[in-house]
Structure formats: structure tokens, C-alpha cells
Design a protein around this ligand. Structure first.
Ligand SMILES: NC(=O)c1ccc[n+]([C@@H]2O[C@H](COP(=O)([O-])OP(=O)(O)OC[C@H]3O[C@@H](n4cnc5c(N)ncnc54)[C@H](O)[C@@H]3O)[C@@H](O)[C@H]2O)c1
Ligand SMILES: O=C(O)C(=O)C[C@]1(C(=O)O)C=C[C@@H](O)C=C1
Length: 365
């Protein structure tokens, strides 16, 4: 039987992570890749993530079951015409881009709409490049799919199956909704983070006291300002209309803050922060939306040597497997708490009971 074959155009953080996840869960699949960066390609071949690499779109892409376009958004469309001659009727062509309207239109124009399903893993990092890619980056993350009107259900199901097999969570929506939603919860925060950093750069004291003394608040909210400028240039241009509307709406909220502060309206300022805090607290870090991704809890650590080991062994004694454990420090838990994640909901429920019996304070978010 023919081995499943997957092609990658762009093997950076996201392309590399998808390829590594596929290699982890499907050691027998045939993976081929093209990237402008030859170092990334040779490392991927050396690590046996790719079976073969190429420095152009060529016969290596023949007979692929899936082709992933994982270059910066606007570059993805550049290869459609060249790829078309290698795409057979059952090949699923997809991208990993953060904006979808441009690629969906180009796909229509090139005549590949019966092959295309847009894709967007809702995970990432401020780091870029193949060297930072990880097999586990996508695990337990939503993976948005934006099928065209012309694609068959069989193809959508095949794509969902692949995504589930690498432990991500497929979520289907139309591409217009995708661009509005990601505009609000991803593109806006990146623009805001960059603007906060620029504010500090331009308005710090001569001896850079803001920069030197910046604490958790500034650092938490600006981590993503270290992301790739080329990626964000493409995203802002491709999702221009949504981002402009979203920025207008956002700036009117900033204006509300300014106005109430200027007027010295304590109750109204309080109400803005209170409403924001309540809503933020209702957003689960464990992704309990339509689909529950990870089963986790937070637990106060007793102030004693070996505190983590005591908890881990209490759970191990009851045969509860821990997926992830670590101390987190943020403003919500000023002294730090232990975050514990489990594989199963049932384990989470049992762990809560055990820890509460042992007089630990357990929180869920
Ligand atoms: N970084 C994230 O957090 C994130 C998350 C989800 C989706 N995405 C999307 O995934 C895509 C890739 O982002 P990334 O974070 O992996 O970026 P990256 O910079 O890590 O990787 C991009 C790769 O594309 C290659 N490349 C650039 N121009 C090319 C061209 N013209 N032809 C061939 N290869 C080219 C680069 O050499 C690099 O290896 C983008 O479309 C981005 O919008 C990114
Ligand atoms: O965690 C990060 O560093 C990210 O910025 C990831 C992030 C986001 O959440 O905005 C960035 C862009 C994507 O298209 C999807 C995910």
C-alpha cells in the first residue's frame, strides 16, 4: 500500500512543529519539504523529520495526500500556480496562515477550491524558525479549519482525522468568521503589545528607569511583542479591514478609561476594572470552551521542603497520572501556586478530592 505522503512549503516554527508532530505519531509517513532556508531543511533531514527536501517546488510534491503551506501569509499564495500541476484530485491542500480571506480568494482564482481547506493552529510562540519548532506545540490546541464551499465532506473528515491524530482539536468555521475572531483575540493583542513596548521606548526617562524596573505586568502583557515582524506585517495587511474596525472599537474603550480617570470618577473606574476582571476570570486557562482541552487545577503549596514531591506521590499512590506540573507566579497568585494538569477529567476530579482531604487549597480556572 502507498505510504501517506505530506508536503511542506515553509518549515519554520509552525511547519516544523506540524512535521515533527506527524513524524512522532506516524513514523512511517513520507514527509517532503521546501523552504528558502537551506539550514532548516538540512537539519530536518538530518533529524529524520523529513524524508526529502528541495529548494524549489518540483516533482517532490507529486502524489502528496496533504500539502501544508506554512510560510508567512502572503508568500503562501505565491506557490499555488506552481503547485497545481502536482496536486491530484484527492490531495488536501491547506495552509497554516493566521489570516484566511486572501488565500481563499487566490484558491478560487487558481481553481483549487475542491482541494483546499484552510487551517490555523491556535498555538504558537514569539520565537520563530525550525530550530524552535516542537512536536508537542500543537498538542491540546484548537486547530481551526476553514473549508471552501467546494470541498467534499470526505476530505474534511480526512483532514480532521490527521489533526486529531497529532492530538490537536479541529474546529470548523467559515473563513470570514475566522478573520474577525482572530482579529479580536490575536491580531489586536499583538498590535497592543507592540504599541506598549513602543510607548516605553519613546517615553522612558533618560536613564531608562521604566525599562530597568519593568515588572511582571509589563513583561506578561508584552511577551508577544518579540514575535516575527515579517509575519505580523503580512497579517496586518491581509486582515486590514477587520483590524481597522477592531482598533476603532478598542480605542473607544481606551477613551472610556481616559475619560473616567480625567473626571476622577472612582466608581466608574472601579466598574471598568471589575467588569474586566470578572470576564477574564471566566476565561479558562484550561480551554473549557466547547471542548475541554486539558484537565487542570491550581493548588497552594505548603511551605515545606519537598512540597511538590509530597503532592506528586499522594497522587501517584492513587494511580493518578500527571500530565504536567509546575509552579506559576503571576499577579493572580502572588506567592505562586502549583499548576497540575491531568490526562483525564476523571483524574482531575479524584485529584481535587485527595488534595482537599489533605487540606490543600484547590482552585480551578
Ligand atoms: N508563530 C505563530 O505563533 C503562528 C501561529 C499560528 C499560525 N502561524 C502562521 O504560520 C505561518 C508560519 O509562521 P511561523 O511562525 O512558522 O514563521 P517562521 O518565520 O518560523 O517560519 C516561516 C518559514 O517560511 C520560510 N519562508 C519565508 N518565505 C518563504 C518563501 N517565500 N518561500 C518558502 N519559504 C519561505 C522561512 O524560511 C521560515 O522557515 C504564518 O503564515 C503564520 O501566520 C504562526
Ligand atoms: O503564543 C503566542 O506567542 C502567540 O502569539 C500565538 C498566536 C496568538 O495567540 O496570537 C499568534 C498567532 C497565531 O496565528 C496564533 C497564535
Amino acid at each position: 500500500m502507498k505510504k501517506t505522503k505530506i508536503g511542506f512549503v515553509g518549515l519554520g516554527l509552525i511547519g516544523g512543529s506540524i512535521a515533527k508532530a506527524v513524524r512522532l505519531h506516524h513514523p512511517d509517513y513520507e514527509l517532503v519539504g521546501f523552504d528558502k532556508n537551506e539550514e532548516s531543511l538540512s537539519l530536518a533531514v538530518k533529524e529524520k523529520v523529513l524524508n526529502a527536501s528541495t529548494n524549489q517546488i518540483d516533482h517532490n510534491f507529486m502524489d502528496c495526500d496533504f500539502i501544508f503551506l506554512c510560510a508567512p501569509v502572503s508568500f503562501n499564495s505565491a506557490y499555488l500556480t506552481q503547485l497545481k500541476s502536482y496536486i491530484n484530485k484527492d490531495c488536501i491542500l491547506t495552509d497554516a496562515g493566521s489570516v484566511k480571506n486572501g488565500i481563499h480568494k487566490e484558491i478560487e482564482e487558481v481553481g483549487l477550491s475542491s482541494n483546499f481547506i484552510g487551517g490555523h493552529p491556535m498555538t504558537g510562540s514569539e520565537k520563530s524558525g525550525y530550530k524552535n519548532s516542537k512536536a508537542l506545540l500543537l498538542e491540546n490546541s484548537y486547530y481551526i479549519l476553514t473549508p471552501t464551499q467546494n470541498i467534499s465532506k470526505v476530505m474534511i473528515d480526512r483532514y480532521k482525522e490527521l489533526i486529531e491524530s497529532i492530538k490537536a482539536l479541529p474546529f470548523v468555521m467559515d473563513y470570514q468568521t475566522h478573520d474577525f475572531v482572530t482579529g479580536g483575540m490575536s491580531h489586536l493583542p499583538h498590535v497592543v503589545a507592540a504599541s506598549l513596548v513602543l510607548y516605553m521606548k519613546e517615553h522612558d526617562t533618560d536613564n531608562h528607569l521604566m525599562k530597568q524596573l519593568a515588572a511582571g505586568g509589563f513583561k506578561d502583557i508584552t511577551r508577544i511583542a518579540s514575535s516575527s515582524p515579517i509575519m505580523w506585517e503580512h497579517i496586518c495587511l491581509e486582515n486590514k479591514d477587520n483590524i481597522i474596525q477592531i482598533l476603532d472599537d478598542y480605542m473607544s474603550i481606551l477613551k472610556d478609561f481616559k475619560q473616567e480617570i480625567k473626571r476622577g470618577e472612582g466608581e466608574k473606574i472601579h466598574a471598568l476594572f471589575d467588569s474586566s476582571r470578572n470576564f477574564r476570570n471566566s476565561i479558562s486557562d484550561f480551554g473549557s470552551g466547547a471542548l475541554k482541552k486539558v484537565y487542570g487545577l491550581y493548588c497552594d503549596l505548603k511551605d515545606e521542603t519537598g512540597g511538590i514531591a509530597t503532592i506528586a506521590s499522594a497522587l501517584a499512590k492513587e494511580n493518578i497520572s500527571i500530565r504536567n506540573i509546575g509552579i506559576i507566579h503571576n499577579r493572580e497568585f502572588e506567592d505562586g501556586v502549583l499548576k497540575i494538569e491531568f490526562y483525564k477529567s476523571e483524574d482531575l476530579q479524584r485529584a481535587k478530592g485527595i488534595l482537599r482531604r489533605e487540606k490543600y487549597i484547590v482552585y480551578e480556572r
